[in-house]
Design a binder for this molecule. Structure first.
Ligand code: ADP
Length: 251
């Protein structure tokens, strides 16, 4: 680092340095605020399953084995709420790890083959048409294959959870980029909600999302992975005519 002697600096240089420091402080404050929000949202999200577990455990303690139907209900609720807590903590750790290390394992792979593998694993559990469309037979890209596959999983999982329609994954090659989209014909996402959809823990319909196992972290994970690849992820949706999530990856 070069040692700065303030006496040798011109007024303009001092002004510029001051502006840079101010920008740095603003960014630090902004990040700090975001972290604080994250911690408070996370605590809130974990509190709900925890209090359900707490009340069912008390119920079990009180009734013991004397009421088998209460026991069965309590065990089921405790199991599914602890599953939910596990999912939330795993996803939070994933986000925190990616942010602190930014670690990526890049390799050259075929995006179309990767999309087909993702689609095949979903086709086994859904009786719907899930297809991959592309003009190309194969498209090579250098990036973190496992993480990008995870993005496709998140988008496919959402399309299948929030719509009853068929789902299409499209892969296109541009001069300088690769475009991937996941399209459904479900209810869509209202315009005013679209800017918030990538925020952590944000869900349009908390109750519906909860019953489908949603945590509101999937799209923030997808956003972080795509941005780590210097790409963008955006939504095109005109309710009630479905949703497209579009990923743009520079080659
Ligand atoms: P979740 O775990 O709740 O699915 P996400 O971050 O993946 O969290 O998505 C955030 C919210 O965006 C969801 O709760 C849902 O309300 C909405 N959403 C995501 N994908 C779609 C889609 N394809 N169609 C309609 N709504 C969607």
């Amino acid at each position: 680092l070069k040692k700065i002697n303030i006496e040798d600096m011109s007024k303009d240089e001092i002004y510029e340095m001051n502006a840079t420091f101010n920008r740095m402080i603003d960014r630090l404050e902004e990040n700090f605020e975001k972290q604080q929000h994250f911690v408070s949202d996370a605590s809130h999200e974990l509190k709900t399953p925890l209090s359900i577990i707490d009340s069912y455990t008390r119920l079990l303690k009180r009734w013991g084995t004397s009421k088998p139907d209460v026991m069965a209900e309590a065990i089921q609720a405790i199991l599914s709420e602890s599953e939910r807590m596990k999912k939330i903590t795993e996803q939070m750790l994933m986000l925190a790890k990616d942010e602190s290390t930014g670690a990526m394992e890049r390799e050259t792979f075929d995006v179309i083959a990767m999309a087909r593998t993702a689609v095949t694993s979903f086709s086994r559990s859904y009786e719907r048409h899930i297809t991959v469309q592309s003009r190309e037979d194969s498209l090579l890209y250098h990036g973190d294959k496992e993480k990008l596959k995870q993005v496709i999983y998140i988008l496919l999982d959402n399309a299948l959870k929030y719509s009853d329609s068929d789902v299409t994954v499209r892969v296109m090659e541009g001069d300088t980029n690769i475009e991937l989209s996941v399209d459904d014909h479900g209810p869509g996402i209202p315009k005013e909600e679209q800017p918030k959809i990538f925020d952590r823990f944000y869900r349009l319909d908390k109750a519906r999302s909860r019953t489908t196992g949603g945590t509101g972290l999937g799209l923030s994970i997808a956003w972080a992975i795509i941005h780590a690849h210097q790409g963008t992820i955006s939504i095109e949706s005109e309710p009630p005519n479905g949703t497209s999530f579009i990923i743009d990856l520079p080659k």
